[in-house]
Write a protein that binds this ligand. Structure first.
Ligand SMILES: Nc1ncnc2c1ncn2[C@@H]1O[C@H](COP(=O)(O)OP(=O)(O)O)[C@@H](O)[C@H]1O
Ligand SMILES: Nc1ncnc2c1ncn2[C@H]1C[C@H](O)[C@@H](COP(=O)(O)O)O1
Length: 205
């Protein structure tokens, strides 16, 4: 089984993925952030590094998809390959930080890869508004993310809403996380587990 957690920067994906993997005994796959050779440079100069970063994330995410396919284990994945293309790359192109020819080049590679990708059995979308994202990004304290603008997060959130509203590839669970503190409050984590259990029961019927 393949479960994926999706959502904007700072929504709580990594935290929830870790907690769910522990709770259900699933293997977890995380994003390539700490050893990412482009991320810090990208935030310092988006226009210069956007293409290199997108190609890097695409390759790294495709490797994960291949592993999920081959492993036969229950795996929970922190962010999907769809978000790289439909959220981040598209947004950078809209913002003129990724040129049209680079975006076309990227999109043709993504379209090819997509033919080898299966959608997750369950996609869990963590929906959050921009002020809460900002608070959590600040709380996490990655220095290079200090340059992330409200405009950038807002545009990403709009892309998420659009993508999620037309997502039909598999089961989808939307969780509004702004009033949930699933880190500190067991009852909030319990609320999320109840929702996930209901979806999992549906999958096995
Ligand atoms: N529901 C929540 N309540 C309180 N703090 C949270 C919540 N979700 C995440 N956090 C905190 O916000 C920060 C960003 O969370 P993280 O899981 O890294 O987000 P993402 O992986 O979506 O970027 C972390 O410091 C985390 O502990
Ligand atoms: N495809 C991507 N393009 C640009 N930036 C990306 C992409 N995928 C992830 N990121 C960034 C956003 C954050 O700074 C880090 C980690 O993501 P997070 O949502 O905090 O887990 O990588």
């Amino acid at each position: 089984m393949h479960i994926a957690v999706t959502g904007n920067i700072g929504a709580g994906k990594t935290t929830l993925t870790t907690m769910l993997a522990k709770h259900y005994g699933w293997d977890a796959q995380f994003e390539d952030v700490d050893h990412n050779p482009y991320l810090e440079d990208f935030y310092a100069d988006m226009s210069k590094w956007s293409f290199a970063l997108q190609i890097y994330f695409l390759g790294s995410r495709f490797r994960q998809v291949k592993e999920i396919r081959e492993s036969g284990e229950n795996i929970i994945q922190d962010r999907t390959i769809y978000e790289d293309a439909h959220i981040f790359a598209e947004n950078l192109n809209d913002m003129k930080l990724l040129s049209d020819r680079d975006f076309k080049n990227y999109a043709s590679l993504f379209d090819l890869m997509k033919t080898f990708v299966s959608a997750p059995d369950l996609l869990i979308y963590l929906k959050s508004d921009v002020p809460n994202l900002v608070k959590k990004i600040y709380k996490r304290g990655r220095e290079y993310e200090a340059s992330i603008s409200i405009e950038y997060l807002s545009k990403l959130n709009q892309k998420y809403e659009k993508w999620i509203s037309s997502y039909t590839e598999g089961k989808l669970l939307i969780i509004e996380v702004d009033n949930l503190d699933f880190v500190e409050k067991p009852e909030d984590f319990g609320f999320i587990l109840e929702k996930i259990d209901a979806e999992l029961n549906g999958l096995f019927k």
